[in-house]
Design a protein. Structure first.
Length: 272
């Protein structure tokens, strides 16, 4: 099938591990060069370990093993200047930008008020910053492009607990749908497509840790998880399956797909 993204460059946030790494490796396999960023540090309200510099280095090796090139930088999506500098380092190397995957996110469930602030800052404002720093280059190039916002099934349904961190997570993920729909209209004249992807639980370190697992147990015990789970007989989805959907969205096969909130959720949202 060749390399459908050959010659293109993808900017991916939260790329040190999990879904971000899966997107980087899949798009690189399809021929894209990658500009990868990650915080590689801890946020106080997040109870589980976040990605590290070693994790980002592992992503670099996996991308390079595909034959693609990668520029990887530490950057905080909450800090527009930091993010812009990281993107510029990639632009200096590759000279163009065609794809944006706004993936960086946290799940500070059971974190109280600090969790609300931090999850809105990272999962919503951070995505706005990601789009904002990338769009001028894409418009100037005049070659179109594709932007994918990584939301959640919790961006399409009222999933979560009464904790401030959980409420903030669901609010932020819903907010991404608004960003996506507005930018799809604003950027259509430049042939830049904007879509969002909405997975249910994905097999990544954000889910596979003792804190989130306990939160899920507590939700069930409190009756907050009534009707939860996927319709198809799978509890969590492999990150590669989400990456497959993203790879299609950014490819020419989806060249007329824009303004779409795409569930990749084993029927989770439809079940509710």
């Amino acid at each position: 099938m060749g390399r459908p993204l050959a010659g293109r460059v993808a900017f991916i946030t939260g790329a040190a591990r999990g879904q971000g790494r899966a997107y980087a490796v899949r798009l690189a396999t399809d021929g894209a060069n990658v500009i990868a960023v990650d915080l590689c540090d801890q946020i106080a309200s997040v109870p589980y370990p976040l990605g590290t510099a070693d994790d980002l280095a592992a992503t670099v090796k996996l991308v390079e093993d595909t034959g693609a090139r990668i520029v990887a930088k530490r950057a905080d999506v909450r800090d527009r200047a930091s993010l812009s500098a990281a993107l510029q380092a990639g632009l200096n190397e590759f000279g163009r930008l065609d794809i944006v995957i706004a993936n960086a996110g946290i799940a500070p469930m059971q974190a109280g008020g600090d969790g609300w602030r931090d999850v809105i800052d990272v999962n919503l404002t951070g995505v706005y910053h990601t789009i904002d720093v990338a769009v001028p280059t894409m418009i100037e190039q005049g070659a179109g492009g594709s932007i994918v916002l990584i939301s959640s099934a919790a961006g399409l349904a009222g999933i979560g607990s009464a904790d401030a961190g959980s409420i903030g997570y669901t609010a932020a993920k819903h907010g991404l749908v608004g960003l996506m729909r507005l930018y799809a209209n604003l950027l259509a004249q430049h042939n830049i497509r904007v879509n969002s992807v909405h997975p249910s639980g994905v097999d990544t370190p954000m889910i596979n840790n003792e804190f989130i697992q306990q939160w899920l147990v507590d939700m069930v015990a409190q009756g907050a998880a009534a009707g939860a789970g996927n319709a198809l007989p799978v509890q969590v989805l492999p990150a590669d399956d989400i990456a497959n959907a993203v790879a299609w969205l950014v490819s020419d096969q989806a060249r007329y797909v824009t303004g779409v909130a795409l569930p990749v959720d084993a029927g989770c949202v439809n079940k509710r």
